[in-house]
Design a protein around this ligand. Sequence first.
Ligand code: HEM
Length: 403
Amino acid sequence: MTEPFDPDATLIRVLTDPACIPDPYPLYNQLRDHAPIFQTSVTGTWVVNRYEHAKAMLRDPRCGSGAGLEGGDRTAIDGSSRRARTGTLSMLFLNPPDHTRVRGLVARSFTPRRVEQMRPEVEAMCDALLDDLDGDGDFVDKVAFPLPANVISALVGVPEADREFLRPLIYDLGVGIEPTASDDEIAAADIAGEEITAYVVDLIARRRADPQDDLLSGMIEAKDGEDKLTEDEIIVNTLLIYAAGFETTTHLLGNTVRQLVAHPDQHELLRSDRSLIPGAIEEVLRFDPPVQMDGRYVFEDLELGGVTIPAGSGTMTLIGAVNRDPDVVDDPDTFDVTRTDTQVLSFGSGIHYCLGAALARLEGQALLGRMLDRYDTWKIVGEPSWRRRFTLRGVEHMHVRLS
Ligand code: HEM
């Protein structure tokens, strides 16, 4: 007799068993297919894993950030530690109308034009890092880790001389968002947050005195009528942009290399047709998403797929399960760079949809393009080692040989 499916046990394995990190997808598929919406008895959180339901939940005005509410603390990607979460809040933790106001003001300077203008600079950064890797070495240390850190520093307006000093701090900051982060890691994230804040306060003063064409100067000057961002809002959202845009993109770059090495036929297609590059990055985001979880706090009873999630509940969705929902994508477990118009939740959905999606895509496309131009043969030497992380999943070290 087969055992009945146990969604709680499966979820716990996915969240806590390091052996599941390299390939959680078979378990995700089981959860989505056998228990599309269920309440876990471990924390009381509702788990929502079908695309249609998860998208509806992320977009529903009855759901939002529960930061600061009883039972409403939720993991999110702004790197603010547990201690800091009840303090100054970045846009990720705000609900309308505050979210609308702050996101609107930040988005005035974080424009698609500013991102697209960075393309030649990002390509030059890719080349410099690939030169340094010299075809053999740790891809994460040498390329996937420094590229997004340098790109965000350039976007924000951090002078090149200060970027080395900031890189390890942003690394520590990002750890604060994991559901299983240790107290030591939370403490390190707090210290990093304080050091970056001190740095940003000083940089704001310099930009006020001498504005430049960068995001920080843009945030200082952004106006809606008489409304402007306060100094605290500029600081906390700069920290958010660092935390949200750094390790996420590192994993996108690492996943791109892993998937193309694992699927030589797809690599070959790209080698012969560079117009497939944007679609290849979309497929990596779908098939192997860097952010594995999103969630909301439910303010009013919410009906989803015939189930009522009561007001006051927390929800979570496993993005890797949703992106392989056979109701919205054909043959979901196949990695296929020629797909078009895939429906995914890799960047979230609704009012909190990733503000940096265009920048992340640009980095992925630029690096993939430069690697295809420079190297015909890509190899991974030995087994990559994984970050022991669930929300931001990716490799920590990966030795590559490119020729
Ligand atoms: C592949 C890389 C990335 C992935 C997978 C990713 C994923 C996400 C996801 C899933 C959310 C939604 C969170 C929610 O619903 O609560 C989000 C929000 C956000 N992301 Fe990204 N992100 C990436 C890169 C970036 C970059 C490069 C930046 C900036 C430089 C950035 C800035 C943000 C910001 C500011 C938000 C909050 C938006 C809001 O609350 O309105 N992200 N991201």
